[in-house]
Design a protein around this ligand. Structure first.
Ligand code: FPP
Length: 230
């Protein structure tokens, strides 16, 4: 059973290129696909869906592409609000969201507030997110905490991460074929199962999600032990 699914939504650019469209069209289609996969995830009983929407490294992209992605955020918040309310989706974010432009932060804060009482699925958008940045931010929060424990173990450290109440992902899917983590959830993915799909994110549909979940269902998760734990 997958309680928490994490996805690296890769391949918007290649999807667009194959169709003679601009990269922006690829990102627009990618953003639209978030709604479809969120609804499919609810159908499969997934409770937490964490999506890598913008990394700390993505700031290095051409200014026009960064600008387009930033403007997609309020569009997404606005068009998805009604379906999120209808489907019981609670929106959250992880990452250095203070780095986002004001209009994007404002739209996110409103959608987060409007959906805060929903309980069916938590849609957690990683924005200006980096796994190393998250660990460094956690260390700094720990150092600044006058009530920090004298000795730190993994559980104590984990409480300083961006979303300490969300369980680690059971499964991480990367679309578009690349076999790397790209600085995504470095701490949280320690024991997650990995699944790479050749399909580009805008074309990754419910049937592809089902394939990934079926693959997960056939694996033995031993967490370093000798016997499988489900
Ligand atoms: C990777 O495609 C995708 C991204 C860098 C961003 C993901 C963003 C979205 C799915 C849409 C925006 C989301 C929100 C919440 C508004 P790529 O450009 O790296 O594709 P490529 O590797 O084929 O060039």
């Amino acid at each position: 059973m997958v309680k928490h699914l994490a996805i690296i939504m890769d391949g918007n650019g290649r999807w667009a290129q194959q169709r003679g469209l601009s990269r922006s069209e690829g990102h627009r289609a990618g953003a639209e696909n978030i709604g479809k996969i969120t609804e499919a995830a609810i159908k499969y009983g997934i409770e937490y869906l964490t999506l890598y929407a913008f990394s700390t490294e993505n700031w290095k992209r051409p200014a026009a592409e960064v600008d387009f992605l930033m403007h997609l955020i309020p569009v997404f918040c606005k068009t998805r609000l009604k379906p999120m309310l209808q489907n019981g989706v609670r929106l959250r974010t992880i990452g250095r969201t203070d780095d986002l432009p004001f209009f994007a932060r404002k739209a996110l804060l409103k959608a987060i507030d409007d959906t805060k009482n929903n309980t069916k699925l938590t849609l957690n958008l990683a924005l200006s997110y980096g796994g190393r940045a998250e660990i460094v931010d956690a260390v700094n929060r720990l150092l600044a905490d006058p009530e920090r424990p004298q000795k730190i173990d993994e559980a104590a450290f984990g409480r300083y991460l961006y979303a300490p109440d969300i369980p680690d992902p059971d499964l991480m899917i990367r679309t578009s074929g690349e076999m790397r983590l790209s600085n995504f959830l470095l701490w949280e993915l320690s024991y997650s199962e990995l699944y790479v799909s050749p399909v580009h994110w805008p074309a990754f549909d419910e049937a592809e999600l089902k394939k990934a979940l079926d693959s997960f269902g056939s694996r033995d998760r031993r967490f370093g032990d000798v016997t499988a734990k489900k």
